[in-house]
Ligand binder design. Structure first.
Ligand code: DGL
Length: 278
């Protein structure tokens, strides 16, 4: 069996994507990872599709300069609106978080009622509903944008009375639809899993990170490109915010090394518009 020592590139709008990197590192323990969090421009979830595509392109170009063998798009918002754009110019496999999580939800549901929660951009794109219905044509997909969840998690309000009240408000329509499966369609939502479990007892929660890591491993194994390296994570961010260390540790589930800061100027400098559009 041959191996490929090149790193796997992972990017997200910020450091929420460390919830995906956590699963990648567990599932692929002999890989090197280069992670870029666009912390200077987070959040992407309330931006236009054009802007998200441009930012995603710049992140992918940065990772390609690190000679990555694969790019994992840890951000649901980017996965929802920019995959065709990225796949049109990235010369290595690009794995999204949406396709693996949608397939898992389609396989898990028993009553064919699946809920999906995410940012406004993710839900507005209908990308999850389309991907789920490709695997389970008869499934009913009930989607709900939960834009307040990201700031709540970033504030560390993982289980406060306010968080529960907001979650109840968001989840009420999904409870009424009697969903038996819920896709946590945003990097930050796995941290709210205990509250979501309480509010939706018996509902199967799908964490995109775990499904995506399994898909990344499947792609590498099918092309004999897994590595046999000493594991390593190189973290790059476009801004170091005061809460970086605390949040990064929470998202990754372990302490993190200091990140390297990439200026936005450097990230955007040689960005070439692909196909005449951002
Ligand atoms: N990473 C984003 C996502 O998974 C959440 C934060 C943002 O809005 O940029 O959709």
């Amino acid at each position: 069996m041959s191996t490929d020592p090149r790193p796997i590139g992972v990017f997200d709008s910020g450091i929420g994507g460390l919830t995906v990197l956590k699963h990648l590192a567990r599932r692929l323990p002999h890989e090197r990872f280069v992670y870029l969090g666009d912390t200077a421009r987070v959040p992407y979830g309330n931006r236009s599709d054009e802007t998200v595509r441009l930012y995603a392109q710049q992140c992918a170009e940065f990772l390609l300069k690190h000679d990555v063998k694969m790019i994992v798009v840890a951000c649901n918002t980017v996965s929802a609106v920019a995959m065709d754009h990225l796949r049109a110019f990235v010369p290595v496999p690009v794995v999204s978080v949406i396709e693996p999580a949608a397939a898992e939800a389609a396989a898990a549901t028993r009553n064919q009622h699946i809920g999906v929660i995410g940012t406004r951009a993710t839900i507005g794109s209908d990308a999850y509903a389309k991907a789920i219905q490709r695997s389970a044509a008869s499934a009913f997909v009930h989607s709900r944008a939960c834009p307040l969840f990201v700031p709540l998690v970033e504030e560390g309000w993982l289980d406060t009375a306010a968080t529960r009240a907001i979650a109840e408000e968001y989840l009420r329509p999904l409870q009424a639809q009697e969903i038996d499966t819920l896709v946590l369609g945003c990097t930050h939502y796995p941290l709210l899993a205990p509250v979501l479990h309480d509010l939706l007892p018996g509902v199967h929660l799908i964490d995109c990170g775990a499904c995506t890591a399994a898909e990344a491993a499947r792609v590498l194994e099918s092309t004999d490109e897994v590595a046999a390296e000493i594991p390593r994570m190189d973290l790059y961010v476009t801004d170091v915010t005061p809460s970086f260390t605390t949040l990064a540790r929470q998202f990754l589930g372990m302490p993190v090394d200091d990140p390297v800061v990439v200026s936005l100027e450097a990230l955007t400098l040689n960005s070439v518009r692909q196909g005449g559009r951002p």
